[in-house]
Write a protein that binds this ligand. Structure first.
Ligand SMILES: [Zn+2]
Length: 496
């Protein structure tokens, strides 16, 4: 990395084409501090209540972004002249009460059990124990009309997000096989049960079924069984029935919006290709007050600052269109599980194989204003363009300092990487996930008034120049050989 940086720095000094200088000058002229900071202050304002995708105030942010796109001259894709892609979501809130009687053991909602999804249910049912509840575990078993009882997770160790994803698959399978409910017996130390109670015993948002937005399906329950004794007793037949009482389970359809616009490219052939510039504009809303009594989580770093970069891109590229077309996307509900981008990846407004690159922008925070951290640096053949662009604004591009955090797979870019589109995330500079980051990361203190605006300006401009270089490059970027997503790329674009 160091070597290529030195190379890029030299290339920047000695071989810099005149056009590149002109581009930097044009960016400096187009992006005015007062104007950009005003967008930033608006999006991170208290009045927007932390841009929670489950609250109505997020629509004020969405409207604002759409009207900036309109004002600056980026075009809607939709024939109805709308910048919105509506994303059908379902809100699943915990039941008013929930109980599960297993023999002499009584489990209670919010204490020893969690109803994670599904409808209310009342009655006594037979149970069937089936390993982890995978296809092979269910082979030869009849679960029709019964409660399916399985172990949480799978044969291999899983992280929290994998546990949830696996659970969702098991749930779909259980429902398909005719079970009346799915109980996953929780026997893991990590994440610890009390933490799960805090995190999961509250309303959750998820993508809704397009046709049946309010259909919640069968109850999906996690039951605390740390020593594995309950599942053993059920399996041995010592406990033969479950009495379930889940009352007042709330499932509500909600529509949220991705905000999407396009700036057409200037090259007759290349304009059919898109460079997608994306940022999530939602944040985590209103929460526990901090020591100062502030309960509004403004999300300046996460991710009002990235959203402003997309608004700036609408202005700059409408004035200075590059060869390829620019697709501008502001995603909703990233904080609820990358939902807006996941929906777009399944319902793209332009063909996915025409999107040659996704330069996503998302942030936790920063602790080094001399660098830009690019999550996914080293994975695509466009790296030299990133190094060059960032260098021109007196910063240096660095890779992910905390791979153990799994940041690449925790932002919207991953939904497109999975489809094969080269997709790094352009982030504020950080050298470690340290105290300085945690002071603001998902905290009420993440506000505009403690943000370094000189750095914000450089960050926004470096992002634009990077995007411009990629949109103009003759050589179409691709995955580096051997990357986890290289095969997906070949499948999407064709093997060349
Ligand atoms: Zn976040």
């Amino acid at each position: 990395m160091k070597n290529s940086f030195i190379y890029a720095a030299f290339a920047g000094l000695t071989l810099l084409p005149l056009t590149a200088m002109a581009q930097k000058t044009a960016i400096d002229k187009s992006i005015e501090e007062k104007e950009a900071v005003s967008h930033f202050r608006y999006l991170a304002a208290d009045e927007l209540k932390g841009r929670d995708a489950a609250r109505p105030e997020i629509n004020i942010a969405g409207r604002y972004i759409a009207e900036q796109f309109r004002k600056y001259g980026a075009s809607p894709i939709d024939v109805e002249d709308s910048y919105y892609q509506s994303v059908p979501l379902r809100l699943s809130a915990p039941p008013k009460s929930g109980q599960l009687q297993l023999g002499t053991e009584k489990l209670i909602q919010g204490e020893s059990m969690l109803v994670l999804d599904g409808k209310s249910l009342e009655g006594a049912y037979e149970m069937e124990v089936a390993g982890y509840g995978l296809e092979e575990d269910l082979e030869g078993k009849d679960v029709t009309g019964k409660i399916l009882v399985v172990r949480v997770g799978g044969p291999e160790k899983m992280g929290p997000s994998q546990l949830f994803a696996a659970g969702r698959k098991k749930l779909a399978l259980a429902q398909e096989k005719g079970a009346v409910a799915l109980i996953e017996m929780y026997n893991l130390n990590n994440p610890p049960w009390p933490l799960l109670l805090g995190y999961l015993n509250k309303p959750q948002l998820m993508l809704a079924d397009d046709d049946k937005p309010e259909d919640a399906g069968i109850p999906y329950i996690w039951a605390k069984d740390l020593d594995g004794s309950l599942i053993k007793s059920i399996d041995q037949g010592d406990i033969d029935q479950a009495a379930v009482a889940i009352n007042g389970k709330v499932n509500k359809a909600i529509t949220s919006n991705n905000i999407v616009a396009v700036v057409e490219g200037t090259d007759n052939e290349l304009k059919d290709e898109y460079v997608m510039l994306s940022a999530h504009y939602d944040h985590i809303g209103v929460g526990t007050p901090n020591a100062q009594g502030d309960s509004i989580y403004n999300g300046a770093r996460d991710n009002a600052v990235g959203t402003v970069a997309i608004i700036n891109a609408a202005k700059y590229f409408a004035e200075n269109p590059p060869k390829r077309s620019i697709l501008l996307c502001a995603w909703t509900a990233e904080e609820k599980g990358l939902l807006g981008s996941a929906y777009f990846a399944e319902h793209p407004m332009v063909p996915l194989d025409k999107i040659i690159y996704n330069l996503n922008i998302d942030n936790g925070g920063y602790n080094d204003t001399s660098i830009i951290t690019v999550i996914g640096l080293g994975r695509t053949t466009a790296d030299h363009l990133i190094y060059e662009a960032v260098d021109e604004f007196g910063l240096s591009a660095e890779g992910d300092p905390s791979p153990e955090q799994g940041l690449y797979d925790r932002s919207d870019n991953v939904n497109f990487a999975k489809k094969g589109i080269p997709a790094p995330t352009f982030s504020l500079g950080f050298t470690a996930f340290d105290e300085e980051i945690m002071k603001y990361y998902h905290q009420a203190a993440d506000q505009v008034d403690n943000f370094d605006m000189d750095y914000a300006m450089k960050y926004w401009k470096a992002y634009l120049l990077t995007a411009e270089k990629i949109a103009n490059t003759d050589e179409k970027p691709n995955w580096e050989k051997g990357d986890k997503y290289e095969e997906a790329g070949k499948a999407l674009y064709g093997d060349k």
